[in-house]
Design a protein around this ligand. Structure first.
Ligand SMILES: Nc1ncnc2c1ncn2[C@@H]1O[C@H](COP(=O)(O)OP(=O)(O)OP(=O)(O)O)[C@@H](O)[C@H]1O
Ligand SMILES: [Mg+2]
Length: 490
């Protein structure tokens, strides 16, 4: 058989590998994958600002590599999916170390030892690859790398250091450039939050990995608030796929009224409530995708589904069915499971919508912190109960003044009418319908009427001996007056 040998060109290959779309947090997560797979007990992500000599390193105390192992590790795609891998290996393509690193820097040095403190080093200098057009893996670290590596490997017997220098975006900056320096250090919390999300399952329990970014321990983020007493777990399901089981665990988080403002803020997650609803896909306990309805038809993000979060554990043996990408950042569910996932999602969404009660509560409470509601809505079996909130400032005002003037009562009734939880009732009756039209009760429509009610409230509160400032603050924290424009100018 006649053929041409057509291996990929080094320069073009490097360019395509480095543009797979990694963000810095994604890229660091890919290296942490490798450290976790190497059974590291401690992993440090270090950031050092030195202008164009700034560097980032991932240092682990895992099992390390032999010299030949290191050369294989540095070779693009030398270990692929069919390569013999242990059950805890998070890798798949044999590309991550290179593609993640090349997306962030032009000088990659890896230094590793299996034991006894004998360290081996190899370097990819992309300038050399570009000039020679060859995959020249250098034995000698750069002069700048030497000192850093000596420090990072001192007193260690085994482990691996991955060092990124000549960082993209920082190659021509001066150390004295304060703005860029600030930008560099602002990446640290982003990386830490991302790692807390992706590796949360590795960061708790007796065998927890100690993962630090810039010296600070990464805090695991549990999207399901598993330890909260009010979180609801819907029945788990196991879906068959190719002789393996895909495990699906739906959760309905507690309504915001059951969370402290701090808890609500943390539970909202890095991307906020709306973008954190949906499926969380795990592969070997590492989170691949978070807060997505997986493009399943008919499942859209809506405020009322904010409390629905569903864990899926996919067996690594079924990777190809899920089209797991090199970055381990996307999955596409197999056709055979879509119907089941849609069904499970719908029931979690319905439950979440009944818990939310109304969308205004979430948006408004996040905005003002102590918004007052005139109604309490609850649901028992199929009955919806709407009760007046006795602690509402205006209700209190009327009660305390012994029944109140008719005008007070009228104002109160008007307020209650303004705030009938229409969307809550809609949600309860038609749980899985399209978008709510407007936040709870809508924006205040008839401005003159609303102002009249607000004025009455102000009088009641002033007559209770409150200061004008305090009274205005209270009214402003009351639905629907938080949305009343033009009233707050004084
Ligand atoms: N920190 C480390 N400790 C020990 N071995 C490592 C480390 N990092 C990489 N390796 C070795 O290098 C190999 C290549 O790593 P790389 O991330 O490029 O690919 P992978 O992890 O095999 O697959 P994927 O492309 O899915 O990440 C790994 O399979 C592993 O054997
Ligand atoms: Mg890897």
């Amino acid at each position: 058989m006649e053929y041409d040998l057509a291996p990929p060109k080094a320069v073009g290959m490097v360019a395509s590998l480095s543009s797979l779309g990694y963000s810095l947090p994604d890229a660091v997560a890919d290296l942490v994958d490798n450290s976790v797979s190497a059974d590291a007990g401690t992993i440090d992500v270090e950031f050092t600002w030195e202008g164009s000599d700034s560097w980032v390193a991932i240092v682990d105390d895992g099992r390390g590599m032999s010299e030949t192992g290191l050369v294989t590790a540095m070779t693009v795609a030398a270990r692929w999916s069919a390569t013999d891998r242990s059950r805890t290996d998070l890798g798949r393509y044999g590309v991550g170390l290179k593609s993640a690193s090349f997306s962030q820097c032009r000088l990659l040095t890896v230094c590793t030892a299996e034991g006894g403190g004998r360290w081996h080093t190899r370097t990819w200098d992309l300038d050399v690859v570009e000039q020679t057009g060859e995959w020249r893996l250098l034995h000698e670290p750069s002069a700048e790398a030497k000192g850093i590596l000596e420090r990072l490997t001192a007193n260690r017997l085994h482990g691996t250091v991955v060092l990124w220098q000549r960082l993209n975006g920082y190659r021509e900056v001066f150390a004295a450039d304060g703005k860029t320096q600030q930008g560099f250090y602002e990446e640290i919390p982003k990386v830490s939050n991302h790692l807390g999300l992706v590796f949360a399952r590795f960061l708790t329990g007796s065998t927890a990995v100690h993962l630090r970014v810039a010296g600070d321990p990464v805090q695991p983020w549990d999207p399901f608030l598993s330890a909260h007493p009010s979180v609801r777990r819907l029945p788990d399901e196991k879906l068959p796929l190719d002789g393996h089981w895909v495990r699906v665990r739906p959760y309905v988080l507690p309504g915001l009224q059951r969370l402290t403002p701090q808890e609500a803020d943390v539970a909202g997650g890095p991307k906020g409530w709306l973008r954190q609803q949906g499926f969380y896909v795990y592969r070997r306990d590492r989170l691949i995708l978070s807060g997505s309805w997986l493009s399943i038809r008919g499942l859209r993000r809506e405020e009322k589904y904010n409390l629905a979060r569903i864990a899926i554990d996919i067996p690594a043996e079924t990777d190809s069915q899920w089209q797991v990408d090199v970055r381990k950042a996307t999955v596409v569910p197999p056709v055979s499971l879509r119907r089941h996932l849609a069904r499970i999602a719908r029931s979690a969404r319905t439950e979440a919508a009944t818990t939310v009660k109304h969308k205004g509560r979430i948006t408004a409470r996040r905005r003002s912190g102590d918004l007052q509601f005139a109604w309490h809505v609850s649901r028992e079996d199929d009955t919806v109960n709407c009760r007046i909130n006795r602690n509402h400032p205006l209700v209190q005002g009327v009660l305390q003044s012994g029944g109140g003037e008719p005008a007070d009562v009228r104002a109160l009734l008007r307020l209650l009418e303004e705030t009938v939880p229409v969307s809550a009732l809609r949600v309860l009756h038609e749980p899985d319908t399209a978008d709510d039209p407007e936040p709870f009760g809508g924006a205040v429509k008839a401005t003159t009427e609303a102002v009249e009610v607000a004025e009455r409230m102000l009088q009641v509160l002033l007559s209770q001996g409150r200061s004008r400032l305090d009274a205005l603050r209270l009214i402003r924290s009351t639905q629907p007056f938080d949305q009343l424009e033009g009233f707050w100018t004084d």
